[in-house]
Design a protein around this ligand. Structure first.
Ligand code: ATP
Ligand code: CA
Ligand code: CA
Length: 176
């Protein structure tokens, strides 16, 4: 699966009324607690990959993300599977993987047609908006990305507002 994703900084109180007006439906609220891992043999910050255990509502999901595929969005291969978070972390630690950092956020999730809209309140960082389309085929990347930017234009947002820095990088930058 390829996630086609655009992230922007956004005041949620300005976004919510527009979402309501366009008839977007709320599909969930998640308290996400993410731990990112660093491999002993490869610097994921340099290779632009990610290895993460996400804990939410009593269960955990393991995620691999590949390098970003374009210059304007956060489009990339994403592989996810449910796991036992505690056991998986123990396995990683045993193999010499270190924790690179943690990100905690509250995510309000909406659906507007095919587009998944996330209102993220990230601990220590503030409010963000992420919009996402998942595609199977690389040939659909460009049209999906265009669709996301067209969607964002309804909020007065454009390509120049797109942030490609990850929450983890922002958390780490703030810490240093
Ligand atoms: P998702 O969209 O899957 O819910 P998210 O929105 O919580 O994730 P993002 O900021 O979109 O978080 O993506 C996580 C990011 O963390 C990835 O872009 C990845 O490249 C980055 N990352 C992972 N490991 C490292 C590392 N060691 N150093 C710097 N960045 C990393
Ligand atoms: Ca995503
Ligand atoms: Ca994201």
């Amino acid at each position: 699966m390829i996630e086609v994703e655009v992230k922007v900084r956004a005041d949620h109180s300005k976004i919510r009324p527009v979402l309501m007006e366009m008839g977007a439906s709320k599909i969930g609220v998640e308290e996400q607690s993410d731990v990112y891992f660093a491999a002993p043999y490869r610097d994921f910050a340099k290779t632009d990959e990610a290895l993460r255990i996400r804990s939410l509502g009593g269960h955990s999901v393991l995620t691999y993300k590949g390098p970003k595929l374009d210059k304007v969005s956060k489009t990339r291969v994403e592989i996810e599977t449910p796991v036992d978070g505690t056991a998986t972390a123990k396995i990683f630690h045993s193999l010499g993987f270190l924790e690179a950092g943690a990100v905690r956020k509250k995510r309000d999730i909406f659906r507007a047609g095919e587009i998944i809209v996330c209102l993220d309140a990230v601990e220590g960082l503030g409010e963000f908006l992420e919009v996402e389309l998942d595609v199977e085929d690389k040939k659909d990347l460009e049209s999906s990305r265009a669709e996301l930017f067209k969607f964002l234009s309804q909020f007065g947002l454009s390509e120049k507002d797109s942030i490609r820095t990850s929450y983890l990088e922002m958390v780490l930058e703030k810490r240093n």
